[in-house]
Design a protein around this ligand. Structure first.
Ligand SMILES: [Zn+2]
Length: 335
């Protein structure tokens, strides 16, 4: 196959050309972006020739580099947000109050406006889509509105569990890292993994009240050893011993996510794991601590571990409902 032909402004004649790759800088929104560009070169004189299709492809490449750097959505992502709500490009633009072809242009690769990008990112969350929909209800005919409202409700339903999980971690624990969380922010995954670990060790007979004490000891001992707890949970003094703050909420969340099962027994509830503990859930140091705690309390029943924990200074010196500082690990009976 012979090379394509183009008018060469240097030879002033139609010439065959080939392509080469070279580093080139494209300005994108006033910012220089370096890419490996594909450019046309005249077969006869060896000079570069402007070729509109290649130039366009290079520009799109530069846009991608720019998008990655500024964390802008990619055209395919914009399309998938729109499709998630079952909207045509035109209807999506109308809902957003944008020009009719704006969405079409973005999906075809045009670089989006930053403000538009922010709006699109927000709309990844169906809760925001629902808000927008309420606001613009009058712009849509009733049939359109009902259909979209249904789609948004379904999307919301699907993200409910994640949403709840985010809420729990954000609101109840506020992502703090201090002496009451053992110098690390609360990590619900680690917390769940610790429960799975102890549930596995206690093979089906892990009582809830016992479990809270095992978690407390594991977090405290790990803090003593490494200046950092495992889960980041804060523990409160309750009449029957130290328990993680919002323990019921956490358990019901893990239960609803299908991670654990809680079974009522004559003498309280037992916890069972419903998923396997992932092999890299813990660092080797964390695993050491957990194994040490499991060995120490293996032969204990709930009452014995409760009595044991009640003699810890961190428990004795706090009142009902008060948080127990990890600073008490210095006086902990275990190392
Ligand atoms: Zn030429």
């Amino acid at each position: 196959m012979s090379n394509p032909i183009i008018f060469c402004p240097h030879c002033l004649e139609e010439r065959a050309y080939h392509t080469i790759e070279k580093k080139e800088v494209y300005p994108v929104k006033g910012e220089p972006v370096e890419i490996t560009a594909t450019v046309a070169v005249c077969d006869a004189c060896g000079e570069e020739i402007f070729q509109p299709d290649l130039d366009n492809a290079n520009l799109l490449l530069a846009y991608d580099v720019y998008r990655r750097k500024h964390k802008l959505l990619f055209p395919a992502e914009i399309k998938s947000i729109r499709e998630k709500y079952g909207l045509s490009q035109r209807k999506f633009a109308k809902l957003l109050g944008w020009g009719e072809i704006t969405v079409h242009r973005y999906e075809a690769g045009a670089l989006q406006d930053i403000a538009h990008n922010d709006v699109l990112k927000l709309l990844q969350d169906p809760l925001n889509m629902q808000r927008l929909l309420e606001q613009r209800q009058s712009e849509l005919d009733e049939k359109e509105y009902k259909k979209l409202a249904g789609t948004v409700r379904d999307a919301l339903e699907q993200t409910k569990k994640e949403r709840l999980r985010d809420c729990i971690v954000m609101n109840y624990f506020n992502n703090e890292s201090n002496i009451y969380t053992g110098n690390r922010p609360f990590d619900l995954d680690k917390f769940a993994a610790m429960i799975l670990f102890f549930a596995g060790v206690m093979s089906g007979m892990l009582y809830k009240t016992m479990m809270w004490k095992l978690l407390w000891y594991a977090d405290m001992v790990h803090f003593r050893r490494h200046d950092r707890s495992i889960s980041g949970a804060h523990y409160a003094h309750l009449p029957y011993g130290p328990v993680p703050d919002e323990h019921d909420l956490l358990l019901s969340q893990l239960r609803s996510e299908g991670i654990i099962d809680v079974t009522p027994q004559i003498r309280g509830e037992t916890i069972k794991g419903k998923v396997d503990l992932s092999a890299n859930a813990f660092t080797p140091e964390e695993m050491d601590t957990l194994t040490h705690i499991a060995k120490t309390f293996q032969k204990f029943n709930t009452r014995r571990i409760s009595e044991y924990s009640h003699k810890e200074k961190g428990y004795m010196e706090t009142q009902d409902g008060q948080y127990i500082s990890y600073a008490y690990t210095k006086e902990l009976s275990l190392q």
